[in-house]
Ligand binder design. Structure first.
Ligand code: PLP
Length: 468
């Protein structure tokens, strides 16, 4: 028998392994992985056993149907198990390609780059890595090398990933604290062109990195900011980096969120998450020809920025299938229409519910912000939560949405009274109705001022106060 041939090994059976030990999932995490995850999930009653998924839904062992308004932090842009993506992955495995020889030029990366670049015709080249943060690291390195300058500007509350370079342009202390020293980067407020110009005058700025719609809190760059920033950056010979890791590939109702504003042409664009089809991690950094030519300026420098798994055939196949579906099924236009519907339906509720302060966002990236109520009856309850910790009310909403209505959402950042909705772009009107109905029921209970929801709020307060 030859090693590596079918039949050479019978010892591994994935299905049998899952059947035998799937029930240990929480214990295994608690013992071998980040132990706080199962602990947190037990605390808020999110410790489910999901067994099957399709599109924007998944099911637990009892057959209950859950609506996914989180899309795996945005990676499930097309929902789970899209048949076209699955087929592409079966096909690429069945093709038994000579992948990752590292010393040839396989066709799939070239084809995916060509297809991606068609959506941003002012850009010329692509670097493929394996995640969002790696796409950002690439952009930071390329910007520094191409401009010969050290400093990158970023926006307050920005999120660009959690590796050291990306962390240096993270706008939240909660993520940064204890990980110093970071790169010598500088934050400005989102939309503050005067601060941008002030920093640029120092002459040491390589780039500004910006999420056109920030994930934390769901704040869109104010109208005119991206174009104004681009003008200032060009004048000072610095680059504009658009981080489209979350917003790209149709999430906000445009292919890229920067395209919402006419005339914006970032020098570098970071893509990841949904390009994976929800299956194969991938990151892409798109950029102008001169930037790549500078970084890869000689044959000696051919590997100066590279990744062992970058451009692997499975990731490329998934990416090609995702782009094909986005185009053939007109998913971007669908996301815009369904997003408008969902946002309008939710915004209409703000006159009914005093705790509901604002509904904002673009396409299927929606923020629901809660705030101080007017009535005396609710004000003391609100004050009790705020005194313990900001963000507890939003948590109080997320929990019954899952527990009672089987809808998965998330609080959009630490200490924020904002829920973020980033469902798979394939949700339909029935899903919108289901969400609105459930949200109304939760808001009714919250405005009632009693019941289980506020009991849970008191539990959260106790936990926050005891500092765990
Ligand atoms: N950039 C943005 C805007 C993101 O939202 C994220 C992840 O949430 C990242 C970068 C990092 O991506 P990854 O988690 O794939 O490293």
């Amino acid at each position: 028998m030859t090693l590596g041939e079918p039949g050479a090994s019978t010892a591994f059976d994935l299905r049998a392994l899952l059947a035998a030990r799937g029930g240990e999932r929480y214990a295994l995490h608690a013992q071998h992985l980040n132990h706080q995850l199962p602990r947190m999930l037990h605390t808020i009653g999110f410790d489910k056993e999901y067994v099957r998924a399709r599109g924007a839904h998944f099911w637990d062992a009892e057959g209950r149907d859950y609506l996914d308004m989180l899309a795996g932090f945005g990676v499930m842009g097309l929902g789970r198990h899209h048949p076209v993506v699955r087929q592409a992955l079966h096909d690429v495995l069945d093709a038994s390609l000579a992948d990752l020889t590292r010393f040839d030029c396989p066709p799939l990366p070239g084809l995916l780059a060509e297809r991606l670049l068609a959506h941003s015709p002012h850009l010329d080249r692509v670097f493929f890595g394996n995640s969002g943060t790696e796409a950002v690291e690439t952009a930071l390195k390329f910007a520094r090398y191409a401009t010969g300058r050290p400093r990158v500007l970023y926006c307050a509350h920005a999120f660009h990933g959690l590796t050291a370079g990306s962390l240096s342009v993270n706008g939240e202390d909660g993520f940064r604290d204890g990980f110093a020293p970071l790169l010598p980067d500088t934050a400005i407020a989102l939309g503050d062109l005067a601060a941008l110009e002030r920093e640029l005058r120092h002459g040491d700025v390589a780039a500004l990195i910006v999420e056109p719609v920030q994930g934390k809190g769901v704040h869109a760059a104010p109208p005119g900011f991206l174009r104004g920033a681009q003008e200032l950056l060009r004048r000072h010979k610095a680059l504009l980096i658009a981080d489209e890791v979350q917003t790209g590939l149709g999430r906000t109702g445009d292919f890229y969120a920067y395209q919402h504003e006419e005339g914006v042409e970032p020098d570098l664009v970071c893509v990841a998450k949904a390009l994976s089809g929800g299956y194969v991690p991938v990151g892409a950094t798109l950029g102008k020809d001169w930037i790549f030519k500078k970084v890869y300026s000689s044959m000696d420098r051919v590997l100066v920025h590279s990744a062992s798994f970058g451009s692997n055939a499975q990731a490329m196949a998934a990416g090609l299938a995702v782009l094909s579906v986005l185009e053939s099924e007109e998913v971007v236009a669908h996301a815009r229409a369904v997003g408008d519907l969902l946002r309008d339906r939710l915004a209409a509720l703000s006159s009914e519910y005093e705790l509901l302060h604002e509904v904002r966002g673009r396409g299927l990236m929606i923020g629901i912000e809660f705030g101080r109520p007017n009535s005396i009856r609710l004000r003391s309850r609100w004050a009790m939560l705020q005194a313990a910790r900001r963000g507890l009310f939003a948590q109080m909403v997320v929990v019954p949405l899952l527990q009672k209505h089987q809808i998965l959402t998330q609080v959009s950042g630490d200490h924020l009274e904002v829920i973020k909705l980033i469902p798979p772009l394939v949700i339909n009107e029935a899903d919108v109705e289901r969400f609105v109905l459930a949200f109304r029921a939760v808001m009714d209970e919250a405005h009632d001022g009693g019941g289980l929801m506020w009991d849970f709020g008191r539990t959260l307060v106790k936990q926050a106060v005891s500092g765990r």
